[in-house]
Design a protein around this ligand. Structure first.
Ligand code: PBG
Length: 335
């Protein structure tokens, strides 16, 4: 705020600019457009019907052909990029998650098909082992704890498989130390220097991921949530997020992400102010569930969707991963 006087009532009236729609639009500081949105989609094997996810009403798991149709609609609405997450069959889940680097796995098949049919739509793939491990952790367990350096070796293999399938953006969500540099080197070593890295740099150990774990079927039989506090960040920490982001940028991240979104808007702002790099928010499954649930009950008007997305932009995000992407793009188009 500048130090000279910004005026005083009654000559100055802040309501004047709010008086009409045209002047409200003229003074608007931020906007959300479809180009700000990345759409996360859950992919299922086979050729059955769309499968609803109980805790995310309106979000279904899609087979590859259903994904192609949905992605075509998203692209036509101006959404630049989609993010893929697999619902892996229980038989393919193992202690070491080796299905993650099987080049014929569901994600690699989906990427190949998307790039064949919709070459201009960006495809982002999550890198972490949790959709593929029987225990639901993002990495390899040794004595009940996720081990860092051996997990990185697995993540490198997973990233290469995705890049060979044609993935445009590799997005490591595992929070191992040093994985960005290792993945960058491996990609460059195979001639994938154009493949972008979006780091889930400041990812918190959050209870807001609950519905996602149902979506990718990584919920355990015990129904006890998997405790990821040994690698994901403590929600109490802000300074540490800046250190994580600095670390990943130094290792070659092209874009960084803060996750979850709404309870961490302060982190988005601090990251943007400190580093001035492309910064993304992930409005996670629990945030979707809260808004969707309240809208479906009639407790909140659906305008909350665009308001929340605008909040991320105002906080400094360049874009948002959101399950509302298609719905929001339609609303934006309708004006
Ligand atoms: C997996 C991963 C998670 C999400 C994205 N990638 C879950 C987790 O870390 O447990 C959460 C997304 C969401 O809740 O929408 N590493």
């Amino acid at each position: 705020m500048s130090s000279y006087s910004l005026g005083a009532y009654p000559r100055t009236r802040l309501r004047r600019n709010r008086h009409d729609d045209w002047s409200r639009r003229l003074v608007a500081e931020h906007t959300v457009t479809s180009a700000d949105l990345i759409w996360p989609v859950f992919v299922q094997p086979g050729d059955g019907a769309r499968q609803p996810i109980a805790s995310m009403p309106g979000v279904d798991r899609l087979t590859v052909p259903q994904l192609i149709d949905a992605a075509g609609e998203a692209a036509a609405l101006g959404i630049p990029c989609i993010a893929l997450f697999p619902a892996t069959e229980a038989e393919l889940k193992t202690e070491d998650g080796r299905e993650a680097w099987n080049e014929q796995n569901l994600i690699c098949q989906a990427v190949r098909e998307l790039k064949r049919q919709l070459p201009d739509l960006g495809v982002l793939c999550d890198v972490a082992l949790d959709p593929y491990t029987s225990h639901g952790h993002d990495g390899l367990l040794v004595d009940g704890r996720v081990t860092n350096d051996r997990t990185i070796e697995a993540l490198v293999k997973q990233s290469l498989a995705q890049a060979r399938a044609g993935c445009d953006v590799i997005a490591p969500s595992d929070m191992m130390d040093g994985r960005i540099g290792a993945i960058r080197d491996a990609l460059d070593g195979e001639g994938f220097e154009h493949v972008r890295l979006m780091s889930y740099a400041a990812k918190y150990a959050s209870a807001f991921y609950g519905p996602f774990r149902e979506a990718i079927k990584s919920k355990r039989a015990s129904n006890q949530p998997v405790d990821k506090r040994g690698y994901q960040m403590d929600p109490a920490n802000g300074e540490e997020a800046l250190r994580e982001v600095a670390f990943d940028l130094a290792d070659g991240a092209d874009m960084v992400m803060v996750k979850p979104g709404l309870p961490y808007l302060d982190i988005i702002r601090r990251v943007k102010d400190e580093f001035h790099v492309p910064t993304y928010a992930y409005q996670v499954s629990g945030e979707y569930a809260m808004l969707r649930g309240a809208i479906d009950q009639g407790w909140l008007d659906e305008r909350v969707v665009l308001e929340a997305l605008l909040g991320f932009k105002r906080a400094g995000a360049d874009g948002v991963l959101t399950y509302f992407a298609v719905e929001a793009a339609k609303r934006l188009k309708a004006g």
